[in-house]
Design a protein around this ligand. Structure first.
Ligand SMILES: *[C@@H]1O[C@H](CO)[C@@H](O)[C@H](O)[C@H]1NC(C)=O
Ligand SMILES: *[C@@H]1O[C@H](CO)[C@@H](O)[C@H](O)[C@H]1NC(C)=O
Ligand SMILES: *[C@@H]1O[C@H](CO)[C@@H](O)[C@H](O)[C@H]1NC(C)=O
Length: 350
C-alpha cells in the first residue's frame, strides 16, 4: 500500500473540518500551532487564509506551497509560491531560504532542505516522493539521501491513522536516508537492497515497487495500470463477430425455410394448374375423337360435351392433388438444389 497519497487526502479533509476559525486581525496563540494527531496536518487558530503572527494576531499568508491551496475561492488572489532556493514553511508566513544539512526542518518537508551537489544522481524521479532533489527531512533534521549499501542509516517511522470504511487502522510510513534502490532496515539500521517482485517482505519500503502485499510478498506497484492479455481481446473480438455471424446464419436459415415453403406452395399450385390443363386437353381430345367417331355431329355438340365433362370436377381435382403430392415428395428429397424450371421440365417430359 502507498499511504503517502492517502495521507494527503485525509489531511485535506481535516483542513476543511479542523482549520482554525479566527480571521484576519483577530487574536490567536502561537502556542496552539501543532500537527494534528493521526494526520499530521498543520493546525493554527487562524483560518485557511491567515497565519498566527508572533504578535498573536492572524495575518494574511505570505506564501503557499501547494499549486491549489484549500480555503480560497476560485477568483481569490493567492499568496505567491516560493522561487527555487526558498521554501514556504507550514505556517506560510513568508518564504525562507533552503536549510543546510543538520538544520531543523518540519515533518515530511524534504523540500525545506538544501539539495546536495550531486542532486541529479540522488533525486527520486518517481512519483513516490522518497526525497526532494536528493535531500530528506528525517526526525526533523535535514540530511541527504546518499547512504550506500551496508552503511548505517537513519530511519523515521510515522504512524498515521488511516480509514477503511468505518474502521480505523494505523499505517506506519518508514523513511530513511539511503540512496534510491535501497531501504533503511529498521532493526539493523543499515541500508539494504530493495526486493524484487515476489520476494518476501515485512514493509512497503522493502519492495522496489513500494507495495508489500498482505500475503507478505512484494506485489506490483499500486499505480500499475491493469493490463489484459492479447487473448482477452481475441476472445472479445471472436465473441462479437461470432455473435453477429450466428445471427446472420440463423436469419438466413429461417428465411430459407420460409422461401422454401413459399416455393413449394407455388410448385404445388403450378402442378395443379398443369394437371388441370392436361385434363382439359385430354377431355378435349376425348371429346374430339368421340365426336369424330359419331356420324352426323358438328362442332356445337363437341363444346357441350366438354362443358358437361368439366362440370363434374371431382375426378379431375382428385387426380391433380394426387399428382402434386407425389411431386412434392420428389421435390423435398432432391435437397432443394434444382431450380423450379428443372422440376417442371422433368415433369413435362414424363
Ligand atoms: C482572544 O481574545 C479573547 C479576549 O482577550 C480571549 O478570551 C480568547 O481566548 C483569545 N483567543 C485566542 C485564540 O487566543
Ligand atoms: C533541485 O536542485 C537544483 C540545484 O539547486 C535546482 O536547480 C532545481 O530547481 C531543484 N529542483 C527542484 C524541483 O526544485
Ligand atoms: C552524505 O550526506 C551527509 C548529510 O546527510 C553528508 O554529511 C555527507 O558528506 C554525504 N556523503 C557523501 C559521500 O556525499
Amino acid at each position: 500500500m502507498i499511504l503517502l497519497p492517502l495521507t494527503l487526502i485525509f489531511s485535506s479533509w481535516y483542513t476543511l473540518v479542523h482549520a482554525g476559525s479566527q480571521t484576519k486581525g483577530q487574536n490567536c496563540s502561537v502556542s496552539n500551532n501543532r500537527l494534528q494527531i493521526g494526520t499530521y496536518q498543520f493546525y493554527s487558530d487562524c483560518d485557511a487564509q491567515t497565519y498566527c503572527s508572533s504578535q498573536g494576531i492572524c495575518e494574511l499568508k505570505g506564501c503557499r506551497k501547494e499549486q491549489y491551496p484549500f480555503g480560497y475561492s476560485p477568483t481569490a488572489t493567492l499568496p505567491p509560491k516560493c522561487p527555487s532556493g526558498q521554501f514556504c514553511p507550514d505556517e506560510a508566513d513568508a518564504c525562507q531560504p533552503w536549510l543546510p544539512v543538520d538544520s531543523a526542518c518540519q515533518l515530511n518537508r524534504d523540500d525545506q532542505c538544501e539539495p546536495p551537489a550531486n542532486w541529479q544522481q540522488l533525486a527520486d524521479t518517481s512519483s513516490y516522493g522518497r526525497n526532494f532533489n536528493g535531500s530528506v527531512c528525517l526526525n526533523n533534521v535535514c540530511m541527504w539521501a546518499n547512504v550506500t549499501v551496508g552503511l548505517s542509516c537513519q530511519v523515521e517511522n510515522t504512524a498515521y491513522i488511516a480509514y477503511a470504511g468505518a474502521s480505523e487502522f494505523i499505517d506506519v510510513v518508514s523513511r530513511g536516508n539511503c540512496q534510491m534502490g535501497l531501504y533503511c532496515d529498521s532493526q539493523s539500521l543499515v541500508c539494504m537492497q530493495t526486493k524484487q517482485l515476489g520476494a518476501s517482505c515485512d514493509a512497503d519500503k522493502e519492495c522496489s515497487t513500494l507495495n508489500c502485499l498482505s500475503s507478505g510478498v512484494c506485489g506490483l506497484s499500486a499505480d500499475t495500470p491493469k493490463q489484459f492479455g492479447i487473448w482477452v481481446y481475441l476472445m472479445v473480438g471472436i465473441g462479437i463477430f461470432g455473435g453477429m455471424f450466428a445471427t446472420l446464419v440463423t436469419l438466413f436459415l429461417i428465411h430459407r425455410r420460409q422461401r422454401d415453403e413459399e416455393r413449394e406452395k407455388r410448385i404445388q399450385y403450378w402442378h395443379e394448374q398443369n394437371a388441370f390443363r392436361q385434363n382439359i386437353m385430354q377431355l378435349k381430345e376425348i371429346a374430339r375423337t368421340s365426336i369424330l367417331s359419331l356420324p352426323g355431329h358438328g362442332n356445337n355438340s363437341k363444346r357441350s360435351t366438354v362443358c358437361s365433362r368439366a362440370g363434374s370436377e371431382e375426378p379431375i381435382l382428385q387426380h391433380s392433388v394426387h399428382k402434386a403430392s407425389g411431386l412434392r415428395r420428389q421435390f423435398l428429397s432432391d435437397d432443394d438444389n434444382r431450380s423450379y424450371d428443372e422440376i417442371t421440365l422433368q415433369d413435362e417430359q414424363r
